[in-house]
Design a protein around this ligand. Structure first.
Ligand code: COA
Length: 260
């Protein structure tokens, strides 16, 4: 993870928590092509680097998490290039969701369009009180193209998702929490601290169980979800970590997970 990026800042602490900051504050961190490529690269690194246990994704500057896809790059796209752009964003966001290490989006400002879609591709979302969510694409004559039409109904239900996508209206952090779009709303100053606390609470647990719990949950919408859940549960039962975790509980001590 010692690679440097033009549009991202990456820092990893000694506990293996990577903080990735989208860094185009003068454009409210809008997702241009270079930034998308760098996001793909950084999450590939996070996936393969065994020393990294989880990631907090946030935005630079006072105003935005990410204010959407870069509208400059959207203007004038033809059908073919529009489809390609959408597919590329979808694949990158899917690779983020598929990272089997917890990814927490910390949203401290605008999360609009592609920014809301990026937050939804993360596994958990913490918003500060000044966060603003919305899918305003309809107002640009477009629809969300980076997975928003699929993930939003999964998270908030079909009727609310349609309302938000068809109106393009914005939600405050508190409204987003009421819909289940964000896990927690915290004061502005304590966003990073709260994200770190949540991450550490997750990482106290065994890495194999964390990984398989995430796999099982993301299969829950599929018909085969129950089958996958049972298979993964069985597989985990057979690991040293599960033996250690159950033994430690019964012996009233803290478990020592080895990831085996
Ligand atoms: N794409 C490209 N540039 C963007 C952008 C986007 N999605 N969002 C903001 N910017 C740029 C602005 O063009 C401006 O650039 P400039 O200084 O070179 O003129 C800069 O970021 C600051 O934005 P500005 O609009 O001046 O800030 P604001 O505080 O007045 O408004 C927003 C903030 C988020 C309400 C407004 O920028 C906005 O509506 N952005 C677009 C949101 C959107 O539709 N996203 C979905 C895209 S699919």
């Amino acid at each position: 993870m010692d690679q440097s990026y033009n549009t991202l800042l990456v820092e990893t602490d000694e506990q293996g928590i990577a903080v990735v900051t989208v860094d185009r504050p003068d454009k409210l961190n809008a997702l241009n092509d270079e930034l998308l490529n760098e996001l793909a690269e950084v999450f590939k690194q996070i996936t393969i680097d065994e020393s990294i246990k989880g990631c907090i994704l946030t935005g630079s500057g006072e105003k935005a998490f990410v204010a959407g896809a870069d509208i400059k790059e959207l203007r004038g796209l033809n059908e073919h290039h529009g489809r390609m752009k959408s597919q590329k964003g979808q694949q990158i966001f899917q690779s983020i969701e598929d990272t089997r290490k917890p990814i927490i989006a910390l949203i401290d400002g605008y999360a609009l369009g592609g920014g809301a879609e990026l937050a939804m591709a993360c596994h958990l979302r913490i918003a500060t009180r000044k966060a603003v969510f919305g899918l305003p694409e309809i107002g640009l004559g477009l629809i969300p193209g980076y997975g928003g039409t699929q993930r939003l109904p999964r998270i908030v239900g079909q009727a609310k998702a349609l309302e938000l996508i068809l109106t393009g209206k914005r939600l405050s952090a508190e409204q987003a929490k009421q819909l289940g779009l964000v896990n927690t709303v915290v004061p502005e100053q304590s966003g990073m601290e709260e994200a770190q606390t949540l991450m550490k609470e997750i990482l106290k647990n065994g890495p194999l169980a964390i990984k398989e719990a995430m796999r099982a949950v993301y299969h829950s919408g599929e018909k085969s979800g129950y089958q996958i859940e049972a298979e993964l549960f069985g597989k985990l039962c057979n690991t040293d970590d599960a033996k250690e975790g159950t033994s430690a509980f019964l012996e009233k001590r803290k478990p020592e997970f080895k990831g085996q």
